[in-house]
Ligand binder design. Structure first.
Ligand code: NAP
Length: 262
């Protein structure tokens, strides 16, 4: 029987690249996102690789829909081996411009969406005494980013969720990994909500040669599963992340200076 991976946010960007990489490596796939036509197009590509796929549109912020999809996936494939929590949204705004609806929306997808999938799949993993949980976080979950309080709150929460869950589940045979991309060349920033900040300035970063590609992140996810890696920072944010871990006071001052000069 082929192994199966469940990937959220697989209609484009990092999730799409990850789904195709797993398919090329012999996995059957359960993929989800909200946009039907894009998801179906990825499903066709997976079928052309001679893999089976279940592609169902779901809002990962809707608990009962996520639970239903996971039950459907287990019914169809008998087993799920890898969960990749990846569906996420971005918002750039100071706290004073972030209203409660904004907070609820981003926390719902970026945090609750991850908790719902883990909660629904955990009994299956525990019963089999095996499984891989891969949480796609962000370097914004390791280093505070100016004017991104809501986004960083969700991504720091993912870091906490991942690291604590690893302590709990590794002794039970379940591997938990955090993949933290740097700025990556997907439509993520195009689709982001910008309040009181210049979208062009952020988007200009995408033309830098330091930007990662979705395929780089997909490869990191694949390696994390293959080699049971605990945490990977993908791309150019490795250095600031390392510096922030060692010298948080210095990086905080530098980021404040950068914020003032904008
Ligand atoms: N790109 C970057 O610079 C960057 C940097 C650091 C971390 N990351 C993280 O990497 C992950 C993937 O980002 P990406 O760059 O691939 O972004 P992307 O191209 O915008 O893709 C996001 C995916 O999530 C799906 N999605 C969004 N809201 C959803 C919801 N409520 N329910 C189900 N699916 C939903 C989208 O599909 P639909 O819209 O069709 O639902 C899409 O498939 C995110 O967790 C993000 O925080 C990205």
């Amino acid at each position: 029987m082929s192994p199966t991976a469940f990937i959220t946010g697989a209609s484009q960007g990092i999730g799409k690249a990850t789904a195709l990489l797993f398919a090329k490596n012999g996995y059957d796939l359960i993929i989800t996102a909200r946009t039907k036509d894009k998801l179906e197009a990825i499903a066709e590509q997976i079928k052309k690789l001679d893999r089976q796929v279940l592609a169902i549109t779901t809002d990962t912020g809707a608990r009962t829909a996520v639970e239903a999809l996971i039950n459907l996936g287990i019914e169809r494939f008998s087993q799920i081996d890898v969960l990749v929590n990846n569906a996420g949204i971005c918002m750039t705004a100071p706290m004073s411009k972030t209203n409660i609806e904004d907070w609820e929306k981003i926390i719902n997808v970026n945090l609750w969406g991850y908790i719902y999938t883990i909660n629904a799949l955990l009994p299956h993993f525990l019963e089999r005494k095996q499984g891989n949980i891969i949480n796609v976080g962000s370097f914004g979950g390791k280093v505070p980013l100016p004017n991104m309080t809501a986004y960083c709150t969700t991504k720091y929460a993912i870091t906490g969720l991942t690291e604590t869950l690893r302590l709990e589940l590794e002794p039970q045979g379940i591997h938990v990994s955090g993949i933290h991309p740097s700025v990556t060349n997907s439509d993520f920033l195009e689709r982001a909500v910008f309040k009181d900040s210049d979208p062009q300035q952020m988007k200009q970063m995408l033309s830098s040669p330091l930007v990662s590609q979705p395929e780089d992140v997909a490869k990191a996810i694949w390696n994390a599963v293959k080699h049971s890696e605990a945490e990977v920072i993908v791309g150019s944010a490795k250095v600031p992340t390392f510096l922030h871990r060692l010298f948080p006071g210095i990086t905080q001052s530098m980021l404040q200076l950068a914020t003032k000069s904008n």
